[in-house]
Design a protein around this ligand. Sequence first.
Ligand code: DC
Length: 227
Amino acid sequence: MSRFISIAIDGPSGAGKSTMAHRLGKEFGFLHVDTGAMYRAVGLAAMRAGVDKSDKAAVEAMLPSLDVRAELSENGQATYLNGEDVSLAIRENAVSAYASAVSAYPAVRAFLLELQRETAATQNVIMDGRDIATVVLPNADIKIYLTASVESRAARRYEELTQRGQSVDAETVKKEIEARDLADSTREIAPLKRHPEAELADTSWLSFEEGYALLKKIVSEGLSRVL
Ligand code: DC
């Protein structure tokens, strides 16, 4: 019986999961699925509709009218919200807090979980998020926990936002990351935590290329075990 291989990458905000997973996906021929982008699409919908992000019932009531889809494009994953390509809009800094808030609601997680599992059932995937190894794909063949210190994640995020022309303050970016770490790891449902089998990759002191080389080694070794 043939089956598909899955690689799970979890970790806190700003650890570089999506960028790394995207490149690994290309290198090893796996579809990269960025689950954070899906939560961001739901957060964006709430923001645009003027829904209070702390109003769980109001956020949940929006779900039946939402169609979130992730498709492969030339530049990686393109994320669609009710048919509109929102790949750029979901990256705006203001959307992050909405995504984090809505991701704590059980109905939002159930809504996206189905989509995530369906995707992994039909192809080889490298999926990144917070709960991929612990909840979404507990049988993932390779599990990685990618992290870095708050300081280095904040510095990278600040650079990324300013390069994109968004005007932000470094200290605020750090505080936002700390707030998201706290919210993501203390929520009741599917909190961010390292799966006991996940290989720890801490890139605090590594350059991007060094971090990538570490992940590539973990994936190559993992694949030689399962193939
Ligand atoms: O990785 P990101 O910053 O794009 O994720 C946005 C938010 O979505 C983040 O605050 C936590 C949430 N998230 C989640 O709860 N579970 C996932 N699998 C992925 C993201």
